[in-house]
Design a binder for this molecule. Structure first.
Ligand code: MG
Length: 404
C-alpha cells in the first residue's frame, strides 16, 4: 500500500450507512486534505448510500442486494455522478481490497463482515475494526491474514481502542508484551443495569434498544442490554492483545467516561477517558500515530464529578458468563456462541423470543454443537452454520417457548 505525500489518503467505508459509517464520514468530512472516502459499501440502504455518494463523490459504491444496487445506479446516473456501482456478496470484499483505499473501516455488523475484513487484511490495509464478530469467530485466522498481508489492525470498539492507547507502543497484535498484569474492560451496564430479574424477563425490544450512553444499531443495543456485547468484547480483547481469559476482567462503570484500563505488574493502571462518542476512537485510528480533531465535546471532569466502578452481576446477565465459558473452551466455541447469539437476538427483535430466551438459546446451542479447533475458514463457517441451525431449532422448540 502506498500513501503519496500531500494527497488525501483513500478510505473504504464498509457499512457506510450504519452508525459507524456515519461517524467515520463525519470525521473524514472534517479533514478533506487528509482523507478521501474512495469507496462506500452497505447491504441494502440505497437511499442513504446515494445521499452519501452525492456528498462524498466516491469512486466506487457497493451494495450487496441487487435491487438496491439498481436503484442506486439509477440515482447516481440521474445526478450525473460517475461513481461505479458494484453488486453482490463479493462487492464488499472487492472494495476492501481496492488499491486506491489503503485504509478500510470495517463497520458491517455481525458475521456478514468476516469476508470483507479478511480481504482487507490480506491486501495489507490499515484495517480499522469496528465489528467485533469476525474477530470473535475467526480471530486467529484474521490476525494471521493481517500478518501475512502486512496489514495493520487498529481497534475501533471504544474499549479496545482505549486499551490500544494504554498499551506499550510497538507491541505486535495478538502478543502481550511482558509487564502487563491484566486488562479491565468497562461496561455501562446497559439499559437494565438496575432492573430486577423479574422486570428483565419482561423486557421488550424497544426497551432493550434504548441505551443510556451510546447511540448504536439494534443488534449491538440488544447485546449491550444482555451484556453479551461485553462478553464478545472479552473474547475480542483476548485475541487482539494475546492474553488468557483470566487476565481480562469486566467492571461496570455507569458514566461511560473511562473506556477501559490496563494494569501493569508495577501496580500502575493506565486508563483512557473521553466523552462517549465513537468519533474519538475513529479519529484515533484514522490519524494514528497523529492526533486529529474529530469534533467531539471535550470531557469536563469537574462537571462529570463522580466515577463509579462495580462488579457485573452474571446472575441477572448470564450472557457474560456464557461468553467467558466460550473463551475458556476456545477453538470454535466463540464462533458457536456468536452465531447462536445473532439468531437469538434477531428472534427477540422480531418478537419470537423473550429476553431471557436469548441466553437460554445460546446455552442450549453451546451444549448441542461440538466445538473443535479452528483449522481454517471452512471449519469456522461450518461451526457458524451448525450453530445457526441449532439456534433456529431451539427457538421453535416447546422448551424455548416455555422460557418465553
Ligand atoms: Mg464497545
Amino acid at each position: 500500500m502506498t500513501v503519496r505525500a500531500g494527497e488525501p489518503i483513500g478510505v473504504a467505508v464498509l457499512g457506510s450507512t450504519g452508525t459507524i459509517g456515519d461517524n467515520t464520514l463525519d470525521v473524514i468530512a472534517r479533514h478533506p486534505a487528509r482523507f478521501r472516502a474512495i469507496a462506500l459499501g452497505a447491504r441494502r440502504d440505497h437511499a442513504k448510500l446515494l445521499a452519501q455518494c452525492l456528498q462524498f463523490r466516491p469512486e466506487v459504491a457497493a451494495l450487496v442486494e441487487p435491487e438496491a444496487a439498481l436503484a442506486l445506479e439509477c440515482g447516481l446516473r440521474a445526478a450525473g455522478l460517475p461513481t461505479r456501482v458494484l453488486v453482490g456478496e463479493s462487492a464488499l470484499e472487492e472494495i476492501a481490497a481496492l488499491p486506491q483505499a489503503p485504509y478500510v473501516m470495517a463497520g458491517i455488523v455481525g458475521a456478514a463482515g468476516l469476508s470483507s475484513s479478511l480481504a482487507a487484511a490480506r491486501a495489507g490495509k490499515r484495517l480499522m475494526i469496528a465489528n467485533k464478530e469476525p474477530l470473535v469467530m475467526a480471530g486467529p485466522i484474521l490476525i494471521e491474514a493481517a500478518r501475512a498481508g502486512g496489514a495493520t489492525l487498529l481497534p475501533i470498539d471504544s474499549e479496545h481502542n482505549a486499551i490500544f492507547q494504554c498499551w506499550p507502543a510497538g507491541a505486535e497484535t495478538g502478543r502481550a508484551p511482558p509487564g502487563v498484569r491484566r486488562i479491565l474492560l468497562t461496561a455501562s451496564g446497559g439499559p437494565f443495569v438496575d432492573w430486577s430479574a423479574e422486570a428483565i424477563a419482561m423486557a421488550t425490544p424497544e426497551q432493550a434498544c434504548k441505551h443510556p450512553k451510546w447511540v448504536m444499531g439494534r443488534k449491538i443495543s440488544v447485546d449491550s442490554a444482555t451484556l453479551m456485547n461485553k462478553g464478545l468484547e472479552v473474547i475480542e480483547a483476548c485475541i487482539l492483545y494475546g492474553l488468557p481469559i483470566a487476565q481480562v476482567e469486566v467492571v461496570v462503570h455507569r458514566q461511560s467516561l473511562v473506556h477501559s484500563l490496563v494494569e501493569y505488574v508495577d501496580g500502575s493502571m493506565l486508563a483512557q477517558l473521553g466523552s462517549p462518542d465513537m468519533r474519538t476512537p475513529i479519529a484515533h485510528a484514522l490519524g494514528w500515530p497523529d492526533r486529529i480533531d474529530p469534533g467531539v465535546q471535550f470531557l469536563d471532569l469537574a462537571r462529570a464529578g463522580v466515577l463509579q466502578f462495580e462488579l457485573p452481576d452474571t446472575g441477572r446477565f448470564p450472557c457474560l458468563a456464557l461468553a467467558r465459558q466460550a473463551a475458556v473452551a476456545g477453538g470454535l466455541a466463540p464462533a458457536i456462541l456468536n452465531a447462536a447469539n445473532e439468531i437469538a437476538v434477531a428472534a427477540f427483535l422480531e418478537g419470537r423470543l423473550n429476553f431471557n430466551g436469548i441466553p437460554a438459546v445460546i446455552d442450549s446451542v453451546m451444549n448441542a454443537v461440538s466445538a473443535g479447533s479452528v483449522k481454517d475458514l471452512d471449519s469456522v463457517l461450518a461451526a457458524d452454520g451448525a450453530a445457526r441451525s441449532a439456534a433456529l431449532r431451539a427457538i421453535s422448540e416447546p422448551r424455548a417457548a416455555r422460557a418465553r
